[in-house]
Design a protein around this ligand. Structure first.
Ligand code: SIN
Length: 296
């Protein structure tokens, strides 16, 4: 008999959540994967479905971080003021105020994007855990950028290869993007935060190393321009590709329940937060992310 570490892990039982992307993993307690120290089956499910939902999980903050660590090297969010004090690998999104202080970022993730596209090695996987979730609203929407790429005409697809986008955190927060309007920007960046996010360029067509599929890698509000194109030409191309990608046919809308774990692969998806009645409901989400490779 092979030792446990060499045995291929059993595929997780899944059922699809939409025709294009997303699957619910059923009958699985993530603490078992953590105990086994092996999340290969979870990574396989992500390679197949891009977004996975695991309902009704009971995780401590340190277990949540341990799960993310099994998936790869953790990425630290530049907005360090929203990190959890006792578990700084977790970034908190919440409208809850305790002792006059917000416990997390009250409004984050609005506007279609892939996470941290403005880094040289952008996020591969993002993990969210719903500690408290509103009974209505606050759906997280996902779209397949792999599906979007594959549905372009072959000749047009070919013309996009070789183009590189300029991704800029500073443009996103301080430039002419929609980010400021849609998200809570309550403080200015410190110099050391600015230093962590120099502008970078990435291929417009990106390959996901886990499944070999190519996708449109747009980034989101951090997409400042396209290298070598005039501003108007770049904007027209970006607008066309964004409109094509956000075609409703590619969207999965996640309706949150408390204790949901939602994990996605940013190398084949874009996502956006949506609003809820903030006076009526509390929302408390833990978020952590796993660094990816230099995009190619
Ligand atoms: C995110 O974009 O990481 C957060 C999405 C959400 O809070 O629904």
């Amino acid at each position: 008999m092979q030792p446990a570490t060499q045995r291929p892990s059993k595929p997780l039982p899944t059922q699809p959540l939409s025709g294009v992307l997303g699957a619910e993993v059923i009958g699985t307690d993530l603490r078992d994967l953590i105990k086994q120290g092996d999340c290969t089956s979870l990574l396989d499910a992500l390679a197949a479905h891009s977004v996975v939902v695991i309902r009704d999980q009971t995780l401590t903050a340190s277990e949540f971080v341990e799960l993310a660590r099994l998936m790869g090297e953790l990425e630290w969010h530049v907005l360090d003021q929203y990190r959890m004090k006792d578990q700084p690998e977790i970034y908190v999104i919440s409208n809850i105020v305790e002792n006059g202080k917000p416990i997390g970022n009250p409004k984050d993730g609005f506007g279609w994007h892939t996470d941290q596209a403005y880094l040289a090695k952008p996020t591969a996987y993002t993990l969210l855990y719903g500690v408290e979730t509103p009974a209505e609203g606050a759906d997280t929407l996902f779209v397949s950028t792999q599906g979007a790429y594959e549905r372009l005409q072959a000749e047009f697809r070919q013309s996009l290869r070789g183009l590189r986008t300029i991704q800029s955190y500073l443009y996103m927060r301080e430039g002419n993007s929609a980010y400021r309007k849609n998200n809570a920007v309550t403080t200015e960046l410190r110099q050391d935060q600015r230093d962590r996010v120099p502008d970078v360029t990435h291929p417009l067509v990106r390959t996901n190393p886990t499944n070999g599929r190519a996708s449109l890698y747009l980034g989101g509000d951090s997409l400042a321009s396209i290298e070598g194109l005039e501003e108007t030409e770049a904007r027209a191309l970006i607008d066309k590709l964004v409109a094509h990608t956000l075609n409703n046919d590619f969207v999965y809308s996640h309706k949150w329940q408390p204790r949901d774990v939602v994990i996605w692969d940013n190398r084949g998806t874009m996502h956006t937060a949506t609003d809820y009645d903030r006076d009526r409901y509390r929302r408390h989400i833990w978020r952590t992310s796993v660094r990816g490779e230099v995009p190619y």
